[in-house]
Design a protein around this ligand. Sequence first.
Ligand code: 5GP
Ligand code: ZN
Length: 116
Amino acid sequence: MEDCLFCRIVAGRIPARKVFEDDEILAFHDINPARPVHLLVIPKRHITSLATVDDADIPVLGRMLAVANRLAAEHGSPDGFRVIINTGRIGHQEVQHLHAHIVGGPDPVGPMLKRI
Ligand code: 5GP
Ligand code: ZN
């Protein structure tokens, strides 16, 4: 995926502050953090969003979630964190390569959503 931003990060063509990688996933700091801890975890293989996954993606999805606790603890959110996966237009997904936000820090991140 030549024109995909996160595929370019995976390929090393755009720099990122990487915090973890294995053969299937990569984690790095969000460029515009919303909280003191704001990491992104992505599959290395291009998957557009949670709306396009199938059963073959179950292992990589599990891996993305399984590293969240350790990464949050190592980067300053030892007492919990929030995982957000924005999906599609309704979910306000801006980058069209599946990513899980891990957000946290020393203080609670607040209510899940502003109520309408
Ligand atoms: P979305 O709204 O798609 O769920 O979130 C996309 C996230 O990617 C945003 O939080 C944004 O700050 C982050 N982001 C956008 N471009 C870059 C980039 O070039 N590098 C990094 N590290 N994060 C980026
Ligand atoms: Zn991609």
